[in-house]
Write a protein that binds this ligand. Structure first.
Ligand SMILES: [Zn+2]
Length: 219
C-alpha cells in the first residue's frame, strides 16, 4: 500500500481512499518542508529531499498533517505526534551554513541580553524585501529569516524582530486538535519583556510607514 493511502486510511479510520496518489522528493524545498496538492482525482505530496532518509512512521505523520490541512480536518494520530516531535527537535541535526554577519551580531546581542546565551545559533538569512513579513522562523531548516528592510534599520529595531523569532525557536509550538499554535500566552508574555518594548513598537511603526511612503513614490 502506498504511504499516502496508508496515511489516509489510518487518519480517517479505514475510509476508502478514492484518489490517485503521487509522492515526489525535490531539492526545491528547504530542509524538511513539504506540501500537498489536489488536482481533480489526484493527490500529490511533495517533500524536500531530506525527508528521504527519515523513518517512514514520521513521514506518515507529515502526510497526515498535510491531509488535515487539505481536508480541513483536525484528526490526531500517534504519527502526527511523532512528526511534531521530530520537527521540534530536528534543529539539532540541521547544518548551520548560512550566517549573515549583521544578523549574527544581532543574534548574539539578543542572546546575551535576554537568554543568557542559551539559544543555539540557527541559520540566519535576509529574506525578501517585505514590509508585511518582517521575519520568520522555520523549524525544519532551523532558519531565522529577516526582511531586507532591516539592513537600513537602527540596531534596536532589528534586535526587536530577532527577539521575536528567537522566541519561536525557544518556545517551539503547541499542537491541539491537529493544529499548531505559535503565539500562545507564555510567548506573548515573554515578548513584552523586550527593553522599552512599547517605545520600540512605536519606532517600528514609524520606520515601516517611512518604507511605505518611499515605495509609493518608487524610490
Ligand atoms: Zn511570530
Amino acid at each position: 500500500m502506498s504511504l499516502i493511502k496508508r496515511a489516509y486510511s489510518e487518519l480517517y479510520s479505514g475510509k476508502d481512499f478514492g484518489y490517485e496518489d503521487k509522492i515526489t522528493y525535490s531539492g526545491r524545498f528547504n530542509d524538511y518542508n513539504g506540501n500537498i496538492k489536489k488536482r481533480g482525482n489526484e493527490i500529490e505530496v511533495n517533500m524536500s529531499k531530506t525527508w528521504r532518509g527519515i523513518d517512514k512512521e514520521i513521514r506518515l505523520g507529515l502526510i497526515q498533517a498535510l491531509l488535515n490541512k487539505l481536508f480541513n480536518t483536525k484528526k490526531e494520530t500517534i504519527n502526527i505526534d511523532l512528526y511534531n516531535k521530530f520537527l521540534k527537535n530536528v534543529h539539532i541535526a540541521v547544518p548551520k551554513t548560512k550566517l549573515e554577519p549583521v544578523l549574527v551580531n544581532s543574534f548574539d546581542r539578543v542572546n546575551d541580553k535576554y537568554f543568557y546565551g542559551m539559544i543555539e545559533m540557527p541559520n540566519l538569512v535576509f529574506g525578501q524585501r517585505s514590509i508585511a513579513k518582517l521575519g520568520s522562523y522555520e523549524y525544519g531548516s532551523d532558519t531565522i529569516s529577516i526582511s531586507q528592510i532591516f539592513r537600513e534599520a537602527p540596531a534596536e529595531l532589528l534586535d526587536h524582530i530577532m527577539y521575536h523569532e528567537m522566541l519561536h525557536k525557544k518556545h517551539k509550538f503547541y499542537t491541539k486538535g491537529g493544529r499548531s499554535y505559535h503565539h500562545v500566552g507564555k510567548f506573548k508574555k515573554e515578548e513584552k519583556k523586550f527593553e522599552n518594548n512599547e517605545e520600540i513598537e512605536q519606532q517600528l511603526k514609524k520606520f515601516l510607514a517611512g518604507k511605505r511612503v518611499k515605495r509609493w513614490f518608487g524610490f
